[in-house]
Design a protein around this ligand. Structure first.
Ligand code: B3K
Ligand code: ZN
Length: 868
């Protein structure tokens, strides 16, 4: 039976930020003992507890109803404890005691993958946010910082490697075939950063010498057969360690830094002190099995988790409402790292694309919440794009407003002042404020107010007088629980270009819009100006401007900010697609000409060109409409793709013909591969007779997964007999590699074909499909649910089989792994955005989910809030 403790959904407990109180008891040191066995693990915990302040509260330890075998207080057996719900309550009379507990847990029955669990026969942990309590009874909150000593023992043959946080202290063997290891972490840490791993693992070792000359032993631990695919992650780790020293002055602090890759993991990776545990998809790579996107993501996640050592571990969060303190800042840091490894412009485009794909819809829907939320039922539901990606945008705006020198002074002050503590978002902002002297009073609203601000921008020019006037107005939309908003400070980078000469009319300006409406005057504007605004995406807002198609096309060719060029092209495409989806007569000429100009501009980086010529996604077009019509959007987008493909056929073929040469993971080679594969997509969209043959030839000849998967994507979206051959060949070639088989499921689930829903339903019955592996569940169910056309397709009876499929899968997944199930729900929360038929069908599925007996609080919170 699944090892799941279920709360009663009818009576969910709401945790509120305003109710924060400091812990009644602290635990300066803790000694843990693990007698490890996948079936039955004995855990002993020796807590040195100290009363905090003058409360007379009993010691209350969080748990998960694991059987208590013994409790001792100050060395004496103590039976006067009580179990209240999930908590172990121990009345204590003095102010300092030694409390010992002994419990038993069953890692191999832990399907939630929170706490201590088994993956591929090895044992590992995941404790953030509240997993530690599933291991042992403990004040499982981030403001209780303890020094941990850990002793593990296990069967030497089965689990030969024993790792935990910090530094190894001692190890040895027992006569009965078991062995043991002691680890000590000298840095006080919250329980969510605890980790251990016991398994049959091989290691790729290296060293890193810090700028102060200390040698750190690095190790990446994987199954022996995966060892050859760890070098990219190890290189990224060393690059990240040096980058953090150079850019933020942060040096690593232990003698050992280990990373372990596991196949069963609820999210990307975890920053446990000195022992990061990773989803194997963010570690393992070689050219034959990982795409350029995978390589980039591996480097970004390795860096992200490493950067947490300071932004998260040395300074942690006071409570989970402060989650963006570590996550937003760390995403900002990893974005900066990735930008420095290749094209900063392309990185910015990718980041904004994903912000718009996930965070903007979240901010506009029923699950909208501020970057610093006010309440939650299940904290796991708040590891959101808003906390992570909008949180990073907030830090980016702060960096923009302060400038690089003051920003670095601010982060230095923050790291210095709060080192070793559990801090708040306010502590971070106040540090930047103090170090820079910039008043951030109004900026704090960004942490408190949800919703994506909309800025309207209108530029007028007095032809004879040389004066241009920019009218700006902001509106922050209402979000759940926040009907009225105050104006925010919006940092907008702006520049004017001359429509006739194409030259910049003045330097770039940083405008801080602080009121509901403001007028900015530009003098000495000698020719008709064109407005370039929100350059570099300086604020995470929507810009509504009255720029004409001609002006957008002009900017897409002449703006000197690459992001603004991309953005102008996107806006031009978006306006065209929205008009098409609404049934207005559309002329594709402006888009075709702008794309042609970009393709012909030989000064541009191919990676940038590849991004710039891609059309906005179906979902993003849907986000612009008051009623989403998936079929009309799909048709409009396909029509534009087709016309672009045909009209620029020669350019696409020329781009496709540029050889990339033998595989290399350089920014140049990546960019050329990207452009070639985008060109292949347009050749296919044009309906060219040879498109599938071209794709199949590429599929067969590819010396890397980027090209092979791109070819497969083209074939899977098409109608030739080569489609089935490619699908079968790909499967057979990679049948023993789970990460590649995930791609196989995902590529089919993302197909634009009309039969995708039926294909996906069939794949859910494939022998390789399982809900118990989160990567596999996401690769099929998660991918299908963001395929707007397929997910929202109605059948002949006018029903929504996609909605029913998703709800069925989520209900089944919830019994195994509530956290992963809840993460996959949001596509249904858009129900208000569709026509009455779809809307009612989606709502009915949400209601069915909420009414399911024994639902987890994770899925209950997501589904019930979606209905509010
Ligand atoms: N801090 C972890 C995420 C934990 C998610 C818990 N539900 C990984 C990261 O953001 O780096
Ligand atoms: Zn993180």
């Amino acid at each position: 039976m699944a090892d799941i403790m279920r709360d009663t959904p009818a009576l969910p407990t709401v945790t509120r930020r305003e109710d924060y109180t400091p812990p009644a008891w602290l635990v300066p040191t803790v000694d843990l003992g693990f007698t490890l066995d996948p079936a039955k693990t004995r855990v002993t915990a020796r807590l040195d507890v100290r009363r905090n302040g003058d409360s007379d509260a009993p010691l209350r330890l969080d748990g998960a109803r694991q059987p208590v075998i013994a409790v001792r207080v100050d060395g004496v057996v103590f039976n006067d404890f009580r179990l209240e719900g999930d908590d172990l309550v121990i009345p204590l009379t003095g102010d300092a005691h030694i409390v010992e507990t002994e419990v038993e847990i069953a890692p191999e029955r832990n399907t939630q993958l929170m706490g201590l669990y088994a993956s591929g026969g090895n044992l590992c942990t995941q404790c953030e946010a509240e997993g530690f309590r599933r291991i042992t009874y403990f004040p499982d909150r981030p403001d209780v910082l303890s020094i941990y000593r850990v002793r593990m023992s296990a069967d030497r043959a089965r689990l030969p490697v024993l790792l935990a946080n910090g530094d190894p202290v001692a190890h040895g063997s027992d006569e009965d075939g078991r062995h043991w290891a002691d680890w000590h972490d000298p840095f006080p840490k919250p329980s969510y950063l605890f980790a251990l791993v016991a398994g049959d693992l091989a290691v790729n070792r290296d060293t890193f010498t810090t700028r102060s000359g200390r040698t750190v032993d690095l190790g990446i631990w994987v199954r022996a057969r995966d060892l050859a695919r760890t070098s990219h992650a190890l290189d990224a780790l060393k690059t990240a360690m040096a980058w953090d020293e150079r850019v933020y002055g942060r040096e690593y602090d232990l003698d050992v830094f280990n990373i372990v890759a596991v196949d069963d993991f609820n999210f990307g990776a975890m920053e446990n002190k000195g022992l990061n545990i990773f989803n194997s998809r963010y570690i393992l790579a070689d050219p034959d099995t990982a795409t350029d996107y995978d390589y980039d993501a591996i480097a970004a996640v390795v860096a992200h988790e490493y950067f947490h050592n300071w932004s998260g571990n040395r300074i942690t969060c006071r409570d989970w409402f402060q989650l963006s303190l570590k996550e937003g800042f760390t995403v900002y840091r990893d974005q900066g790292f990735s930008a420095d490894q290749g094209s900063a412009a392309v990185k910015r485009i990718e980041d904004v694309r994903s912000l718009r794909a996930a965070q903007f819809p979240e901010d506009a829907g029923p699950l909208a919440h501020p970057v610093r939320p006010e309440s939650y039922i299940e904290i796991s539901n708040f590891y959101t794009s808003t906390i992570y990606n909008k949180g990073a945008e907030l830090v980016r705006m702060l960096a923009t407003m302060l400038g690089p020198v003051a920003f670095r002074a601010g982060t230095d002050l923050y790291f210095d002042r709060f080192d070793g503590t559990a801090a708040t978002c306010e502590d971070f902002v106040a540090s930047l404020e103090e170090a820079s002297g910039v008043d951030l009073t109004q900026f704090r609203l960004w942490y408190a107010q949800a919703g994506t601000p909309r800025i309207s921008a209108s530029l007028t020019h007095e032809a004879g007088g040389g004066r241009a006037t920019l009218q700006l107005a902001q509106h922050v939309p209402a979000t759940p629980g926040q009907p009225h908003k105050s104006p925010m400070v919006i940092p907008l980078k702006v520049r004017l270009f001359g429509a006739e000469t194409g030259r910049a009319l003045a330097d770039e300006q940083l405008i801080l819009l602080t009121d509901t409406a403001e007028t900015i005057v530009f003098e000495a504007v000698t020719e008709r100006p064109v407005l370039s605004i929100n350059r570099g995406f300086s604020a995470p807002v929507v810009i509504d401007s009255d720029r004409t198609p001609g002006e957008l096309a002009f900017l897409s060719a002449h703006d000197d900010d690459p992001f603004a060029r991309y953005e102008a092209m996107q806006q031009l495409m978006l306006d065209t697609l929205v008009a098409g989806a609404l049934g207005s007569p559309v002329d594709h000429t402006a888009v075709i000409d702008a794309v042609a100009a970009t393709l012909d501009d030989t000064t541009l980086d191919p990676a940038f060109v590849a991004e710039a010529v891609l059309l906005p996604s179906d979902s993003f077009v849907g986000d612009q409409l008051s009623v989403v019509d998936p079929d009309a959007i799909f048709a409009a987008r396909e029509a534009l793709r087709h016309d672009l493909g045909r009209a620029l056929s020669e350019s696409w073929r020329a781009a496709y013909a540029v050889p990339v040469g033998p595989y290399s993971y350089s920014p140049e080679a990546k960019g050329r591969r990207r452009l070639r594969n985008v060109a292949l997509g347009y050749i296919a969209a044009s309906g060219a007779d040879d498109a599938d043959a071209l794709a199949y030839a590429q599929f067969e000849a590819a010396d890397n997964m980027t090209d092979r998967q791109a070819a497969l994507t083209t074939l899977v979206g098409g109608g030739s007999p080569l489609r089935d051959t490619a699908v079968a060949t790909f499967y057979n070639r990679y049948a023993d590699n789970g990460l590649v088989i995930d791609k196989w499921f995902q590529t089919q689930a993302l197909s634009p074909r009309a039969d995708t829903g039926a294909v996906v339903a069939g794949l859910a019955r494939h022998p390789d499909f399982t809900l118990s592996n989160p990567n596999r569940a996401r690769s099929l169910i998660g991918a299908f649910a963001v395929n707007q056309r397929a997910f929202h397709a109605l059948d002949a009876a006018g029903k929504g089989p996609g909605y029913r499929f998703l709800a069925d899968q989520l209900i089944a997944l919830d019994r195994l792994n509530p956290q992963t199930a809840a993460k996959l729900l949001p596509p249904l929360d858009r129900w208000r955005r569709f026509d009455p038929v779809r809307s009612a069908l989606m709502k009915a599925e949400l209601e069915r989910i909420v009414a399911t007996p024994g639902l987890s609080k994770d899925l209950f919170e997501q589904a019930s809030k979606s209905l509010e």
